[in-house]
Design a protein around this ligand. Structure first.
Ligand code: ATP
Ligand code: MG
Length: 428
């Protein structure tokens, strides 16, 4: 008898797993650059951890959790983790990590479980890579994790993601906004979906997150939270913006982005792609300054994000050639002098971590170009006999087919620059 997998749960088979491994490796690399340590948290937690931290009126807690009775403890419930932040904070508090070193930069990788309607980019078991910085409340930390994400996207070659920012204020200023929003929503109540009507009095901000079209139309006219921020929150947000501008990270502001969980405050953000259809958020997160204390820890702030692996993998599968199989550079050489020059250059670039290839034996330019194409090279440096005498080469972008003449002296520094950034100016 053939037994099939459970709806919304999937296998990751050879052929696809290579993309996952590539992304996971790059994530580990960038986390290490930013001095984050890995933490492995259990898949099963007590249900109250999530109901308390995510909020009783969130979609996850209301209807999406895989919860069952704990047969070893009467009356207790257990839940397959729907997200990672609550567990990381629980572990931080439980192990007293703050006693040794109050500021912790932690990351995790692994499956999460939510009983949602399975569709493209939405599964019931899905994988996240996430990170949390616990113990510091200043806007530099927010900027640092946005930079980390930006670096990660550049490293894996996803250059067309959009960053949106918002601030959700704090316990000082949000209640005033909440009141004004509620007044607005009451006036438009008839246009809202049933779900929003039901929970709007208890949690009006949730309505801003509703994906139903009529709710979306109503809330696009709602008052903006950014007009209600207290001075401290405005200052915090202003600094995050300044730091992003100074580091050339492009972003937009979306005052209705509240995210799906109740624990967020101040900075929230989402990275989206236009290529994913309706499940277009690749990574999302924000600040959660009250959560550690709510879960029995010291009053320390936190900020973090989670990135959806399946959506990253989907973006990859849409690229013509799989990124991990692509060469960063192929050197096509003609003549033994060009070969002698190329050999150590290739070696040096490889040592710096780039996938680079050249032929061992002389072949026609035409056949070298064919091979570069087959190998999925992003760029080809052509060092012909004539050009070599003039100490020049031709650098061809294999995607745009653009070709520029370049001095061989400058080639390495020039390539280093190109190979480490998606575009010359502006990152995703
Ligand atoms: P969305 O509603 O856009 O799926 P969310 O607000 O529920 O996102 P988070 O809980 O913050 O998102 O999760 C962070 C990321 O994890 C999402 O941006 C997405 O990439 C991924 N993710 C969330 N839920 C799923 C799911 N059911 N299947 C696949 N990926 C998911
Ligand atoms: Mg969701």
């Amino acid at each position: 008898m053939k037994i099939s997998r459970v709806k919304g749960f999937s296998d990751i088979l050879p052929g696809e797993i290579e993309t996952w491994q590539f992304l996971e490796d790059k994530a580990r690399e960038v986390f290490s650059h930013y001095n984050f340590s890995e933490i492995r948290i259990p898949i099963l937690e007590k249900t109250e951890l999530f109901s308390r931290s995510l909020g009783e009126t969130t979609d996850i807690v209301e209807k999406e959790m895989y919860t069952f009775a704990d047969q070893d403890a009467k009356g207790s419930l257990l839940t397959l983790r729907p997200e990672g932040t609550a567990s990381v904070v629980r572990a931080y508090v439980e192990a007293g990590l703050y006693q040794v070193e109050p500021v912790r930069k932690l990351f995790y990788l692994g499956p999460m479980f939510r009983r949602e309607r399975p569709q493209k980019g939405r599964l019931r078991q899905f994988y996240q890579i996430g990170a949390e910085v616990l113990g510091r409340g200043d806007p530099y930390v927010d900027a640092e994790i946005l930079l980390l994400l930006s670096d990660f996207f550049v490293m894996v070659g996803l250059c067309d993601l959009t960053l949106e920012l918002n601030s959700l204020g704090c316990v000082q200023c949000r209640p005033r906004y909440r009141e004004h929003l509620l007044v607005f929503l009451r006036k438009r109540e008839r246009e809202l979906c049933e779900n929003c009507r039901r929970r709007m009095e208890r949690n009006p901000l949730r309505v801003l997150d509703c994906k139903v079209k009529s709710c979306f139309q109503v809330t696009s006219e709602a008052p903006s939270i950014l007009d209600y921020l207290c001075e401290a929150c405005r200052g915090h947000f202003g600094t995050v913006e300044r730091l992003l501008t100074e580091t050339k990270i492009k972003y937009g502001i979306n005052p209705r982005m509240v995210r799906g969980l109740d624990y967020y405050c101040r900075t929230t953000f989402e990275w989206t792609s236009t290529q994913l259809g309706s499940q277009n958020t690749v990574a999302a997160g924000g600040r959660y300054d009250g959560l550690v204390e709510d879960l029995g820890g010291p009053p320390v702030p936190g900020v973090g994000f989670a990135l959806g692996m399946e959506r990253m993998v989907l973006l990859f599968s849409m690229k013509e050639t799989k990124r991990q199989a692509r060469l960063a550079l192929y050197i096509a050489w003609i003549g033994s002098a060009a070969r002698s020059w190329s050999f150590p250059v290739v070696h040096r670039l490889r040592r710096k971590g780039f996938r680079v290839e050249m032929e061992w034996e002389e072949k026609s330019l035409k056949s070298q170009m064919r091979r570069a194409d087959k190998l999925g090279a992003q760029r080809v440096l052509i060092v012909g006999e004539e050009e070599f005498r003039k100490e020049r080469g031709l650098l061809r972008d294999m995607d745009s087919k653009e070709q520029v003449e370049i001095s061989l002296d400058e080639i390495e520094s020039n390539l280093m620059k190109q190979l480490t950034s998606c575009e010359q100016e502006g990152r995703p």
